[in-house]
Design a protein around this ligand. Structure first.
Ligand code: 13P
Length: 250
């Protein structure tokens, strides 16, 4: 195999209650009945639902979390460790999402230590990078994205324990998306940086695109060069909408 298996991942953000588990079950039914063809599928619910979702999961859809603390345990009120999330049944953890970077002042250094904690627990880290609108307008997209990548992705990253998600901040929840050519350009720059750093292994990291992905644009975004799946916010909350994105791989 010389290409990464794509992943279609849902990030529920701060949405979902116990009754939302029915959406997860509906998604599992759709995925197993229609078949995923050529991609893996993941849902990252809020912490409150990770254990229930993971314990009820039948297999076709993996369960992950949206963040973690970098330490294993201790006096960190309100925080959750990667070790605890593994215990709850998560197999992936998103780190460095732009909403964490902005709302909680997370630096590349913090994101790096979180990714290391994910690896230390044998889970897969989805490391997010992406430029703001002002940075894009200043022509700094590549500089920002490659800088975040270099400083947030641990040296021990491998295609098995790490995934990179490119999410332009200005495209998140706005309905705006870059063109397929723009996505291909930055994903190809990320791929080159990974190959430069990790050698041929760099070719096998999954590179997800995120930011206003929906069923109606997934087809064109997912065929962009070096795009190996999507990280989806709003359109992952309803099983039917999310399944429409998975259709890009059927
Ligand atoms: P939207 O799909 O709602 O734009 O969110 C993208 C995102 O931030 C996923 O992590």
């Amino acid at each position: 195999m010389n290409k990464p298996t794509p992943l279609v991942a849902g990030n529920w953000k701060m949405n979902g209650h116990a009754n939302s588990l029915a959406e997860f079950e509906a998604l599992e039914t759709l995925v197993s009945e229609k078949g995923t063809a050529s991609c893996d599928v993941l849902i990252c619910p809020p912490y409150t639902l990770v254990a229930a979702m993971a314990s009820g999961a039948k297999g076709p859809v993996a369960v992950g979390a949206q963040d973690c603390h970098f330490e294993v345990s201790g006096a960190h009120t309100g925080d959750i460790s990667a070790d605890m999330l593994k215990d709850a049944g998560a197999s992936y953890i998103i780190v460095g999402h732009s909403e964490r970077r902005a709302d909680h002042a997370e630096t590349d250094e913090i994101v790096l230590s979180k990714a290391k904690a994910v690896h230390a627990n044998g889970l897969v880290a989805i490391v997010c990078v992406g430029e703001t609108e002002a940075q894009r307008e200043a022509g700094k997209t590549e500089e920002i994205v490659l800088g975040q990548l270099a400083n947030s992705l641990p040296a021990e990253a491998t295609p098995d324990n790490s995934i990179v998600a490119y999410e332009p901040v200005w495209a998140i929840g706005t309905g705006k998306t870059p063109t397929t050519a723009d996505v291909a350009e930055i994903h190809t720059a990320i791929r080159s940086a990974l190959v430069e750093r990790f050698g041929t292994a760099g070719k096998m990291f999954k590179l997800l695109y995120g930011g206003s992905v929906k069923a109606s644009n997934a087809g064109e975004l997912m065929v962009a060069e070096n795009v190996n799946g999507a990280l989806v916010g709003g359109a992952s909350l309803k099983a039917h909408d999310f399944d429409g994105i998975i259709d890009a791989y059927r």
